[in-house]
Design a protein around this ligand. Structure first.
Ligand code: AMP
Length: 441
């Protein structure tokens, strides 16, 4: 129960209003420590409820402040505009019974309007690092009174090249009392470096080992002969699977546009989201999908990062993601907040080695599925490498060497392995996944 936390009554009222009953594991682990003012490093996937895990303690710190809107007191950094917008919404929902005001600074929005908003001084500022720095450099942003900083999806911010910007923004907050860093993966040397620089003796909460990724999501592969064949399989899945909303991932903008074009030509209600789209299109795509006007989103990774859309229950990897971590992020779109989901990856000859290295990284075997109506000739290599490097780190390209070098037979399993229970670290007892709880949106 949320009432177990020492949260201000106005925040508990909002929690009740939003019909949050049971805290998720990440909330149960992080909220008490965050309320004590501890620096936290939390490894938790999107969809785990991590936003409330930092928003509630952050608001609790500000709720009793006598003087509102004289200084920015809390700063939340996120990698993408969409995530920043979603986080703003969460902050607004949780602060609805308080006088706390939040502001948003992201690229793609009017610079002067943002400067005007900053002159009114929000208590909480949420934004993406690039534009925040631009506002800082223009003299519009003053962060010296910030008490708490949250770096959400920190691993992704690093992937996107924001390391220096994030560090600079942290340095602009010399009086901060608390820093909380969230990432979906444990990250690499870059993340460790950032943790060393910005966190003070943090508590590390590990809420998602990759082995429990997307609990409630079935993970399948379907082999395909070429891209055209993949498109036929996509059509079949969209026509025959039961789903509320679907997302199709491609590795390139060109392919995203192509698939989108074919879907629209067949009268599907679809949207496409990638880096070439302007902010208006991106907002519209997300709104339509949320409201149910569109059922299908075709997207590249960056564009879809952190999307939280209720009822997204089918993920199709038209192209295999280039790393195990990216796979985890994509599949994190479905099976959120305890719902069921289906993830299907389409595998051509050139995708096979990458797919199997992702399996090794995740220590899972994806379910092999054959659809007789759209069956092709390629069924995977006769033999595959017995061992090799797992795909936890980003690869530039899918291994195109194909089947020639493969040496040992791999036995496919009919069903994915049952997922391990939620792990927690640093002396916390293993945490149970809560039952599906209706969300307020
Ligand atoms: P997040 O991982 O923060 O993006 O949250 C994923 C979704 O779960 C969001 O739609 C939240 O509103 C919802 N959610 C988070 N915590 C809870 C909870 N304790 N009970 C019900 N829904 C929740």
């Amino acid at each position: 129960m949320f009432s177990q936390f020492a949260l201000h009554e106005r925040l508990l009222k909002a929690v009740a209003e939003l019909k949050f009953v049971e805290p998720t594991p990440v909330q149960a682990a992080a909220i008490p420590l965050a309320l004590q003012g501890r620096d936290l490093r939390v490894t938790a996937q999107t969809g785990s409820g991590k936003t409330a895990a930092f928003v509630l303690p952050m608001l609790n710190r500000l709720v009793d402040l006598k003087q509102k809107r004289v200084e920015i007191r809390a700063l939340v950094l996120l990698p993408t505009r969409e995530l920043a917008q979603q986080t703003l919404k969460e902050v607004e929902r949780f602060s609805q019974f308080t006088f706390i005001k939040a502001g948003l600074i992201t690229g793609g929005e009017d610079f002067k309007e943002q400067a005007a908003m900053l002159r009114k001084v929000p208590d909480v500022l949420i934004g993406t690092p690039g534009r925040l720095l631009e506002q800082l450099n223009a003299g519009n942003l003053h962060l010296e009174h910030v008490q708490v900083i949250v770096l959400d999806e920190a691993d992704r911010m690093l992937d996107m090249g924001f390391a220096e910007d994030v560090e600079r923004l942290c340095n602009e907050c010399p009086n901060r009392e608390q820093t909380m860093l969230f990432s979906a993966t444990t990250g690499g040397a870059g993340l460790r470096d950032m943790i060393g620089k910005v966190l003070k003796t943090p508590e590390h909460l590990m809420l998602n080992s990759v082995s429990q990724l997307a609990e409630g999501t079935r993970q399948q592969i379907i082999t395909a002969d070429h891209n055209q064949h993949k498109e036929q399989i996509v059509q079949w899945l969209l026509q025959n699977e039961t789903y509320d909303k679907a997302i199709i991932f491609t590795n390139t903008r060109v392919m995203a546009d192509r698939i989108y074009g074919h879907l629209v030509a067949k009268d599907y209600k679809a949207f496409v989201l990638h880096g070439d789209k302007d902010q208006k299109d991106r907002k519209l795509a997300i709104e339509r999908l949320k409201q149910g006007g569109a059922k299908i989103l075709v997207a590249t990774d960056v564009a879809a990062r952190g999307l939280d859309v209720d009822g997204l229950d089918l993920v199709i990897n038209f192209d295999m993601p280039r790393s195990g971590d990216e796979y985890v992020h994509r599949i994190g779109r479905t099976g959120r907040a305890g719902n069921e989901g289906l993830a299907v990856s389409l595998i051509c000859h050139g995708d096979w080695n990458l797919m199997s290295s992702i399996e090794r990284y995740l220590k899972q075997s994806f379910e092999r599925r054959v659809i007789k109506e759209v069956k092709g000739t390629y069924t995977g290599p006769k033999k595959v490498k017995a061992s090799g490097k797992a795909a936890g780190v980003k690869k530039k390209k899918a291994d195109k060497k194909g089947d020639k070098k493969v040496v040992a037979k791999r036995k496919p399993t009919a069903k994915p392995k049952p997922n391990a229970p939620l792990a927690s670290a640093d002396g916390l007892a293993p945490l149970k996944r809560r039952k599906p709880t209706p969300t307020a949106e």
